[in-house]
Design a protein around this ligand. Structure first.
Ligand code: NDP
Ligand code: 8X3
Length: 249
């Protein structure tokens, strides 16, 4: 039976590939993002699929609640929420990092994810069914130079995912925190604010993850029997491993 999927961050990267994967499977997909032109392009690309574009900025609480609560009837019963909207800004060490970048990451990765989740929960609870995928990151568990607030926002996403799952016991709603490592999307273009050469260097010399890797994993988890909950899934390119513990001498 076709499910209703809400994907935030559907204009690029993981979110976009999740939207494509579920839509081609015959699910109804609500694609969300700020860039309306990208949403329209994706709708056209998937013209044989059931797609509903919904443009909002996850940082705008009123807009999030208004847009999600006024969905047409056919899209109201959201079965799966994929919280992919998010970003890293800058890779400066804490003393040099811009406070405005920190604020934007907190507002998007933490508060935005909370607003969307809060908007979707009541119907899931009423229907005693649902699946929430949060895009955490390896950065939420493993510090790296310049990761500072980005990593901290993803640590929040991890703990919130576990706590949400705990609060939702008895509701049949599943929650998974997906924690990818280096994946070649527009992520680094955004982090380095359009400095494309710098962004490209992040992925030079090895085979990074790509967005379809993560979309395929999310799709697989979404199709597991409903009594199975994968709490977290850490995924890295084979070429990437944990850093050694550095001692400054
Ligand atoms: P992309 O930059 O390719 O996509 C980010 C998406 O987030 C875009 O669709 C963008 O849409 C959306 N977005 C950003 N800010 C807002 C906002 N204020 N309101 C609504 N939508 C917003 O990056 P990825 O696909 O790689 O990243 C997706 C998620 O995965 C993020 O949470 C990221 O932190 C996480 N992640 C990424 C990894 C990577 O290496 N790529 C690894 C681990 C986790 P628009 O601009 O149109 O609004
Ligand atoms: C993105 C992964 O390692 O670039 O969340 O921070 S990393």
């Amino acid at each position: 039976m076709s499910r209703v999927i809400l994907v935030t961050g559907a204009t690029s990267g993981f979110g976009k590939e999740c939207a494509i994967k579920f839509a081609k499977n015959g699910d109804k997909v609500i694609i969300a993002g700020r860039r309306k032109n990208r949403l329209e392009e994706l709708k056209n690309e998937l013209k044989d699929c059931d797609i509903f574009p919904l443009s909002f900025d996850v940082r705008n609480k009123e807009e999030v609640l208004k847009e999600i609560s006024s969905l047409p009837t056919a899209y109201q019963n959201i079965d799966i929420l994929i919280n992919s909207a998010g970003l890293a800004l800058g890779l400066e060490l804490s003393p040099e990092a811009l406070i405005e970048d920190w604020e934007q990451m907190i507002d998007t990765n933490i508060k935005g994810l909370l607003y969307v989740t809060k908007a979707v929960l009541p119907t899931m609870i009423k229907r005693r069914s649902g699946y929430i995928f949060n895009l955490g990151s390896i950065a939420g568990s493993w510090p790296y130079l310049g990761g500072n607030v980005y990593g901290a926002t993803k640590a929040f996403v991890e703990q919130f995912s576990y706590n949400l799952r705990t609060d939702l016991r008895g509701t049949n709603i599943r929650v998974s925190n997906i924690e990818p490592g280096a994946a070649k999307t527009e992520f680094s273009n955004i982090r380095f604010k359009g400095e494309i050469d710098k962004a490209q260097k992040v992925y030079d010399g090895y085979e990074p993850l790509v967005a379809t890797d993560i979309a395929n994993l999310i799709f697989t988890l979404a199709n597991l029997p409903s009594h199975v909950n994968v709490n977290s899934l850490e995924v890295m390119p084979t070429a990437q491993t944990w850093a050694g513990l550095h001692i400054e001498k």
